[in-house]
Design a binder for this molecule. Structure first.
Ligand code: GDP
Ligand code: MN
Length: 384
């Protein structure tokens, strides 16, 4: 689950990470009231879960009540890269001398935590990584050992932060690491982490992704869940217990197993198509699961063709075939289906599908042929 900036800052505050005083506002009058309370100058910040809000005009400094009023009314309702602003965060403005970047994530291949620290913060870190990768000091941390003060200090020096920022940065990095570990984050990022002219270091932005698998030990996360705006397709998939991720393309994808689902997305891309989603119906998927999966895909207006890619292992071919036949009865599918069925009991499955094959339900023997057919259908034609 991704948090909004203000939620991330509230989460940071629990771990003692310094943030600016502020509050949320859903309308202009509240924004003014919050600004009057926290004291001028303030920053009016759009709360949307997308980066680059500053560049998009979603972050404005305001010196007085009138300019808070102007900026709040401009920013509320603004569309920032497809995200409509419904909420603002108003905080006391900070004087900035330098902007740094700090984050913790998991490096799965190294089986370690990965910290990244840079003296070139404020801008998008991908950009820094591309143009001057040496400006990002990386630190792999053994989860069993944690981050010691000495290691943090050595890291800060390696990143060449201003010496005046050393103590503050060492303190915040250790707290951010605790937040990442004890707070069960997949990502804990501060960009920018600032040094003020007064020599104080603190977090000006917060990007936090919570690890949903740890939700069972964090009853307090429920307050975040209600406010997170979910993709309606993902909402429906979640209700149905499906592993679904919404994407922007036109080829709906259903596969069994996460690996095959990812490969299916890749193959669709390779033959010139765009996946509309990732959907893994898992091993041993029943007919009902297949019907649910088709229902979720059918709820996506952009889908022009559906590619079902099943390699039977635990999942048996006839179960999948029955699921599709059942779903064709239950759901008025808008898009045609191309299926590739292989593996355990594939023959039996194909026999079940045979009487139902038509322009709306096609069967192809290989993954590549099925992908080509689905992509051709999605773009308005049909492959040979
Ligand atoms: P993002 O663009 O979505 O990453 O939003 P940020 O919260 O990181 O803000 C973008 C930029 O706005 C920062 O890098 C700062 O340069 C500027 N900014 C944000 N808050 C303040 C503030 O309190 N004072 C000043 N002077 N600039 C700020
Ligand atoms: Mn930022």
């Amino acid at each position: 689950m991704d948090l909004f900036e203000y939620q991330g800052k509230q989460y940071f505050a629990r771990f003692g990470i310094p943030v600016s005083p502020g509050d949320v506002a859903d309308d202009v009058d509240t924004a003014v009231a919050v600004a009057d309370r926290v004291g001028y100058p303030v920053v009016v910040k759009a709360q949307v879960q997308v980066g680059g809000r500053g560049k998009a005009g979603g972050i404005k400094l305001a010196d007085d009540t009138e300019s808070v009023r102007t900026h709040a009314s401009n920013i509320l309702g603004m569309d920032i890269r497809g995200h409509v602003v419904r909420r603002l965060w108003i905080e006391r403005a900070s004087d900035i001398e330098q902007e740094y970047y700090a984050s913790f994530t998991l490096d799965r291949s190294a089986k370690k935590h990965l910290g990244m620290l840079s003296a070139q913060g404020g801008v998008e870190i991908e950009q820094v990584a591309e143009t001057s990768p040496e400006a990002i000091a990386k630190l792999h941390i053994d989860p069993a050992e944690g981050l010691s003060e000495n290691a943090a200090r050595e890291w800060v020096q390696r990143a060449q932060l201003d010496p005046r920022a050393t103590e503050g940065a060492v303190d915040i990095l250790q707290k951010l690491y605790r937040c990442f570990v004890d707070g069960d984050c997949d990502l804990a990022e501060i960009n920018p982490l600032i040094l003020t002219p007064q020599g104080k270091v603190h977090a000006l932005d917060a990007k936090v992704t919570l690890d949903d698998n740890a939700a069972f030990r964090h009853g307090e996360w429920e307050e975040f869940a209600g406010l997170t705006v979910r993709d309606p397709r993902e909402e429906l998939a979640h209700e149905k217990g499906l592993q679904y991720v919404g994407l922007d393309g036109t080829v709906g994808i259903i596969a069994n197993g996460a690996g095959l689902a990812m490969s299916t997305c890749d193959v669709v891309n390779q033959v010139g198509g765009q996946p509309a989603n990732f959907l893994d119906i898992g091993g041993g998927a029943s007919a009902q699961v297949m019907a649910n999966a088709l229902e979720v895909i059918n709820s996506d207006d952009k889908v022009k063709a559906i590619f079902i890619n099943i390699f039977g292992g635990i999942t048996r071919g006839e179960e999948v075939a029955n699921g599709i036949v059942q779903a064709l009865d239950q759901v008025a599918l808008r898009a045609p289906i191309v299926i590739r069925l292989d593996g355990t009991n594939a023959e039996e499955g194909r026999a079940i599908l045979a009487p139902h094959l038509s322009d709306r339900l096609r069967s192809k023997p290989t993954m590549l042929e099925a992908a080509r057919e689905a992509v051709a259908l999605a773009s308005g034609g049909a492959a040979q």
